[in-house]
Design a protein around this ligand. Sequence first.
Ligand code: KIV
Length: 275
Amino acid sequence: MKNKKKNQNKPRVVTTKTVMTMKHTGEKIAMLTAYDYLVAKYLDQVGIDIILVGDSLGNVVHGYETTLPVTIDDMIYHAKAVKRGVKNALIVVDMPFMSFQTSIDDAVRNAGRIMKEVGVGAVKLEGGEYIADIVRHLVKIGIPVMGHLGLTPQAINKFGTYEVRATTKAEAEELLRDAKILADAGIFALVLEKIPAELAKKVTQSIPIPTIGIGAGSHCDGQVLVVYDMLGLTEEFKPRFVRRYSELATTMRSAFQNFIADVKTQKFPLKKESY
Ligand code: KIV
């Protein structure tokens, strides 16, 4: 009895199985990105379900225009830092552009590196039907895969814009078909990015695994945001799907200004801040 009570207070360790179960229990899945130890630690401390080491780190950490330059070594470097801060959340790592599209062998080698060198729970791959064989193979050898459809930033040069995807009937049908194919291939969850809410609802009702939306409305089984966006650090980036829970860019600038002023006016350091 005592032991049972003790376990009830213990934070839940989230696995891909936990995430799949949440679709059926109706508990919404909360996912945010992280790229470093401290942010990952704070997310884990407050009970986030999934931490995504997204290749969005190319934009928000490294300042690239697109996610295309991000390498597998970049992903492993950041994922290792995240991993050191996490005890309970499921960590998912993005496979960057050209680390899996080239062949099943490359996908196995690179996903294998992420699993072996970092020790996370799953990888995420962007793409539809054309990656189904790769997904099937990774899942078969024991590497859980999260899918990603809709706005897939690695395909930016094909589409040319970051506008809402699958707005025509044909595109919506293709996305729904891709979602079913990926679910059949064995993905455990599917990110739906920037698609009409009604389409996301249809996909969510049509596949047995959870959908996690970003700009895909309220009917998905979970929601994800880029952590720097929701913290207000990427202040020029203002799509309607980003809700800002803080204004950290303003807070940071103000702290930096105060430090500069204190140094210039010799208000820092004080005696009590010296040895
Ligand atoms: O790279 C990323 O952060 C992502 C999320 C936007 C889902 O793929």
